[in-house]
Design a protein around this ligand. Structure first.
Ligand SMILES: C[S@@+](CC[C@H](N)C(=O)[O-])C[C@H]1O[C@@H](n2cnc3c(N)ncnc32)[C@H](O)[C@@H]1O
Length: 323
């Protein structure tokens, strides 16, 4: 079992990228990011692997199944099997990470329609994350030509074939989303997959989500694993109608959003009431440039002054209903 083992470099790709490491020199992989973060592989419950990010204190995927999460929380709610019948399908992958959401999406689309031309825009802060997943061979789980295409994307940032056109924008997604918007990219499916709101509030703010809304086509869908009330309210405020994605095992549901569809799986009464509590005070970042701590602090102050019901009251009420 590879759980909690340090990630050691055995792949030549990384020898191009790292000055101080040689092929087959067993060193923990240090990111090219200034903080020198170390990637630690973890096996998840469906047998697929993810990394643990020590800097954030969070895994890149659910421990209940990394690839299963990509399918259940992103690919299926976005209805990619149906959308694959279109001649061209546009994907916007926010926080590309290891590339699992994109890989699972391509697998589904090309199973349904091998002729569907996919245009992908992927945003990621740290180039070494997708490269580390490639180096581990984890993308090989997906069928050809997905591993080869995504290796090229992780290495060069740009891929263009008859079937697939993709660009990986590196940097803070709060900045790169503005470039995507200027290019008038209109996605059929948006995957919103940052680290959790308390750890990465920058990418869950009302202002950032409003930018995502600008990049979503009229018939597009946005999927996220989060069911946080603050995120759901931000989606609604940005003009989306939202629904709840299915709960698997003891997992929390995710959220699916769209502008036009009335037939989204509806929120339970409990979830609707959650949106009336202080948990629903959204994260705010007016200039898309505040620090995580600044965003959290602003929200705490707004919650303290809020007239909404304290979330603890809502929790207690529903505990009584459950027991
Ligand atoms: C939960 S992981 C994403 C997993 C990924 N979607 C996948 O399928 O493998 C979150 C990712 O967000 C990236 N990230 C963190 N802050 C970011 C930012 N400000 N802009 C863009 N990406 C960011 C991290 O480097 C990390 O790869």
């Amino acid at each position: 079992m590879l759980m909690n083992l340090e990630f050691y470099i055995l792949h030549s790709t990384f020898c191009i990228l790292t000055d101080n490491l040689q092929p087959h020199n067993l060193q923990p992989l240090k990111s090219l990011m200034p903080d020198n973060k170390v990637f630690t592989p973890e096996m998840t419950a469906d047998g697929s692997f993810t990394f643990f990010c020590s800097e954030i204190g969070e895994s890149y995927h659910s421990r209940q199944g990394a690839i299963e999460e990509a399918q259940v929380k992103f690919v299926k709610p976005c209805q990619l099997a149906q959308k694959a019948q279109q001649p061209v399908l546009r994907l916007l992958d926010i926080c590309y990470g290891l590339g699992y959401n994109t890989a699972a999406a391509l697998g589904e689309i090309w199973t349904q329609n091998p002729h569907c031309h996919v245009q992908l825009v992927a945003l990621e802060l740290d180039s070494t994350v997708p490269q580390a997943a490639i180096a581990q061979g984890w993308l090989n789980h997906f069928r050809d030509p997905i591993p080869q295409l995504l290796e090229a994307l992780a290495t060069t940032g740009l891929v263009e074939t008859e079937q697939f056109q993709a660009q990986l924008y590196l940097g803070d997604a709060r900045e790169t989303i503005q470039q995507v918007q200027q290019g008038n990219f209109q996605a059929d499916a948006i995957f919103l997959d940052p680290f959790s709101p308390p750890n990465c509030p920058q990418l869950w703010t009302l202002e950032f989500i409003q930018h995502l809304a600008q990049c979503c086509s009229d018939t597009g869908r946005l999927a996220t694993y989060s069911c946080a009330a603050a995120v759901r309210i931000a989606l609604i405020t940005a003009g989306f109608t939202i629904g709840s994605t299915i709960e698997v095992g003891n997992r929390q549901p995710g959220t699916i959003a769209s502008f036009t569809e009335a037939n989204l799986p509806s929120l339970s009464i409990r979830e609707q009431e959650h949106l009336q509590t202080r948990a629903a005070v959204p994260y705010r970042d007016p200039n898309l440039s505040d620090s995580a701590s600044g965003i959290l602090h602003r929200r705490r102050l707004e919650q303290q002054n809020s007239l909404l019901e304290p979330t603890s009251h809502w929790k207690k009420r529903w505990l009584r209903v459950d027991s």
